[in-house]
Design a protein around this ligand. Structure first.
Ligand code: ADP
Length: 745
């Protein structure tokens, strides 16, 4: 029945290929993301839908694409007023007509837009829920044909959700008011089962097609860091990772935001602060600076984020712990919306947990609610101390089954650090706590253990205790780390006070009596702090093949255009598109169209300038583009094919090499089979080894040559290959030297 109605509502009801054409022409994509095609097809067939997709899952396209095909207009209800302008600008850049109606418009602008809508100028109209049932807007609906109502952030209708918006409850009234019921499509990223049921019932979805694509965000690298000096850890990270990319640093308080932003600026890092207590103009300025890439980092409280759609945020660092896993996942999830590799680093600190507990206590909650809050917080604390896959820990929290044992993209799965038995050290710590009458905080206990001559320690007579100075050989940081771990695992209790004191628990006895052994990651106790946002893991896939200088020049061009148009750079092209350009170097229209994210309008607007720049670069550098592409193809990345730049391309590549290795092939044979050089094969195997696989390098090494190479390395060092090679006879190749280095260093 609805097919008849639908046929009259569509301008372009073709076979399925039609939507692929639209996908490429307007959006510049060759393929749908998971779940999109089903949702788009159902909407076009007139069926209500409920799309539950993670942040960056591609929800917008699910209603924007049908909107271009359906004959009437699509109303998009969104709570994120601050995003509407960007969304409409993005549509415009793609050649789609849209507008928005919200409280930011003056009366004249309002009237103008209404008349434009009546005249059929727009296919998509973004509306804040508060505007829907105003008499003006209701009147307008009588003059236009509404084919689709898309409800973004649909969980806002639920009082159980964290973003409840009462005005969402008015949406059904609006839909019922319309003369002909349009198709209704609801989308959300975070929804437990209860919330899903509420969305369906409260909105009144009719037999909706429900598509759940899961919560996983494979491009996000999760890490828990336990630095004893958070600031130096942070500084080290910022100086060595994503140095010209955007990032958010979340802090718990406004005070921390201000002091941290100032400190970072002092160290020459481009950063601004953002919190609810700032002067609104300055706050807006901070946000604009960040969104428009005028500053690299925004240091913010959780007031920052709702309605922030910047797709190229490469890291989200929590300088303090948030209140629970849901808050954490939502905030961390602002990284990598464009699907590029990005880091989510949570800095653990027991003091933050204490703070969060104090906040819970101060909130006068019902006993059930208070218990639930503690449980939620505890889940996050457990996340910080698990040795299991962090991704799985998150997915399990959201009710999903763990995908596989190891995700290979979190700090636990990539952690190869050795565990050491520190039972004796733990016993010393626990004894000390007991000897100082369980009356002091972490720092004092450490001072006693290290035999400090600190004035207070002496005044209080703590130097007289039997545990004074029994851990002199350990650094402050190492003991702190052990204490933190003992706290997290329940062997020490830290009181929830302004000046927390550490005490023994019922479990402490098990360690003191030697019934339980206590282990710890060795490197956390020994090494100076270095960022574990693992070097070499942040670049992947296309990143290995792109020409970095060209990429920088393309970015610069994008920046200039963005400034001229007063638009955020990512609206012009996403990083992923620029990276493809910097790798594949498209020289003409046909080639440029193969780049992901290039549709008809984008080509017309910017194709010329970008192609010119690329050709100029090729000439200046005298590059052989065919050769460059051949190399890319050898790395199994083929531009234009559907799976060309999937996340796992690079991983697969290493896997294939490793499989050849497992089949016992020689280096030469693997190189031949893979059509790669021996050097590349050595690189692949080294990478596999760094990821935990076992490589027996001896298989490829001639013992006689090995001896000679080692003798030379002892003499000239192994920093550079050339001096080693110069000292050796001609029959020893660079590959031989690299193999020996891989085996021994
Ligand atoms: P969500 O609303 O689910 O958080 P968006 O609609 O903002 O996600 O999409 C996230 C990113 O994915 C955007 O950068 C968008 O351009 C990109 N995207 C959407 N659909 C596709 C697709 N089919 N292929 C490639 N990228 C896509």
């Amino acid at each position: 029945m609805y097919f008849d109605t639908m046929l009259t509502r569509m301008t372009l009801w073709g076979e399925l290929m039609g939507i692929y054409e639209v996908l490429k022409t307007y959006f510049g994509y060759d393929n749908f993301k998971k779940g999109q095609e089903k949702l788009v097809s159902a909407i076009l067939a007139g069926r209500d839908v409920l799309g539950i997709m993670p942040t960056a899952g591609g929800k917008s396209l699910c209603y924007q694409l049908p909107a271009t095909i359906l004959s009437g207009v699509t109303i998009v209800i969104s709570p994120l007023i601050s995003l509407m302008k960007d969304q409409v600008d993005s549509l415009d850049e793609m050649g789609l007509s849209g507008t928005f109606i919200n409280s930011t418009l003056g009366y004249d602008e309002f009237v103008k837009r209404f008349s434009e809508i009546q005249n059929g100028k727009y296919k998509l109209i973004y509306v804040a829920p508060e505007r829907l049932n105003t008499s003006l807007f209701l009147k307008l609906t009588k003059d236009i044909e509404i084919s689709l109502v898309a409800i973004d952030e649909a969980h806002c209708i639920s009082q159980w959700g964290h973003d409840f918006r009462p005005s969402y409850l008015e949406i059904p009234k609006f839909i019922n008011f319309l003369d002909t019921r349009p198709t209704v499509a609801a989308f959300t990223a975070t929804a437990t089962r209860e919330i899903v049921e509420e969305i369906k019932n409260l909105i009144g979805l009719k037999n909706p097609l429900e598509v759940i694509t899961g919560f996983d965000r494979p491009n996000l690298f999760y890490q828990v860091a336990k630095p004893s000096n958070k600031f130096s850890y942070l500084l080290n990270y910022l100086k060595n990772n994503h140095v010209s990319d955007s990032g958010i640093i979340y802090c718990a308080t406004r005070k921390t935001v201000e002091s941290l932003a100032e400190k970072l600026q002092h160290y020459g890092i481009s950063a601004v602060g953002y919190h609810g207590g700032m002067n609104p103009n300055i706050r807006q300025e901070s946000q604009d600076d960040f969104m428009l890439d005028r500053v690299r980092i925004i240091v913010a409280t959780n007031a920052f984020g709702m309605g922030i759609d910047k797709p190229d945020i490469r890291f989200v660092i929590h300088y303090n712990m948030p209140k629970n896993m849901e808050a954490y996942y939502q905030e961390a999830g602002r990284a990598g919306r464009d699907g590029e590799k990005s880091d989510c680093i949570l800095m653990y600190s027991p003091a933050d947990i204490v703070k969060q507990k104090i906040i819970i206590q101060s909130e006068n909650l019902s006993p059930e609610r208070e218990t639930a809050m503690y449980q939620n917080l505890q889940y996050l604390v457990d996340y910080c101390h698990t040795d299991d896959c962090l991704r799985n820990k998150i997915l399990i929290y959201f009710g999903e089954d763990a995908q596989q044992k190891s995700c290979n993209n979190c700090s636990n799965c990539l952690d190869q650090s050795e565990r050491v038995d520190i039972t004796v050290e733990a016993q010393k710590i626990l004894s000390c706590i007991y000897r100082v009458n369980q009356s002091y905080g972490v720092n004092t206990v450490i001072q006693v253990l290290r035999g400090s001559k600190n004035k207070k320690v002496m005044e209080w007579g703590l130097d007289k205790t039997s545990t004074y100075g029994i851990m002199q050989d350990y650094s402050n940081n190492a003991i702190k780390e052990m204490i933190m771990t003992l706290i997290s695992q329940g062997y020490i209790h830290m009181t929830a006070d302004k000046f927390p004191v550490i005490k023994l628990t019922s479990m402490s006895r098990e360690i003191l009596k030697g019934k339980v052994k206590f282990y710890h990651k060795k490197d956390l106790l020994q090494k100076p702090e270095t960022s574990k946002a693992l070097d070499g893991f942040s670049l992947d896939g296309i990143n290995d093949n792109l020409d970095k200088n060209l990429f920088e020049r393309l970015r610069q061009l994008r920046h200039t255009i963005a400034q001229e148009k007063d638009l955020p750079p990512y609206i012009i092209f996403h990083d992923s598109s620029l990276k493809e350009m910097a790798a594949y170097m498209p020289r003409n229209q046909e080639e440029f169209f193969k780049i992901k994210g290039v549709g008809q309008k984008k080509y017309e607007s910017y194709g010329g300038e970008f192609i010119n720049l690329i050709n100029e670069y090729i000439r200046e550098e005298d590059l052989d583009v065919s050769e460059i592409r051949r190399q890319i193809a050898n790395s199994t990345i083929v531009v234009g094919s559907s799976d060309r730049l999937q996340e796992n391309t690079k991983t697969d590549r290493y896997e294939i090499t490793y499989n050849c290795y497992l089949h016992g092939l020689s280096l030469q044979e693997i190189a031949q089979q893979r059509n790669l050089t021996k050097n590349t094969i050595i690189n692949h195997l080294a990478k596999c080894e760094s990821e935990g696989k076992t490589i027996d390098w001896s298989r490829f090494i001639d013992p006689e040559k090995e001896k000679k190479i080692i003798q030379v390395i002892d003499k000239v060092g192994a920093e550079r290959l050339r001096p080693i090679k110069d000292e050796l006879s001609d029959d020893i190749s660079y590959e031989d030297i690299r193999l020996v280095i891989c085996k021994h260093l």
